[in-house]
Design a protein around this ligand. Sequence first.
Ligand code: NI
Length: 180
Amino acid sequence: MAVKNVLRMGHPLLLQKAQPVTAFNTSALDALIEDMFDTMAERNGAGLAAPQIGVSQSVVIFGVEANPRYPDAEPVPMTILINPEIELLSDATDDMWEGCLSVPGMRGLVSRYTHIRYAGFDPQGVRFEREAHGFHARVVQHECDHLEGILYPQRITDLRLFGFEQELADLAGVEIGPQD
Ligand code: NI
């Protein structure tokens, strides 16, 4: 359908809680999801939430194929997740440098839970759930945060570990992996 403009940090819609989807299997929902995939692919993203293209609905997409440029980025199944819920399966967390298409050119060190279960609906309204670890769990938490109006800089506990990706790559050896 179309590559959409991605809203950047500072736009008030990114701070709003998204509305739950109430009608499944509709052409409007399919069109939204197609726009999201087109936009994510064009920006080479690992995930995207509907509010990032200006639609305040509880829809996220994500997925990472094996990429030789990022050998440490574990593949994540290409997923459409609607009205998601997350359950923590452990208190354990780990830190990783995150990026976001709404915060272009920057990276920050963010702590996320390493083991979760997530549930939600597909575009036909069929409920599913999955367990996720590591990078997969991180991407889901990042995308679901968007639906709560939370951007990753709000999760950074030490703002010295937030900066422009080129400087971080040159000075601190930060790997510039996919962003979402
Ligand atoms: Ni993001």
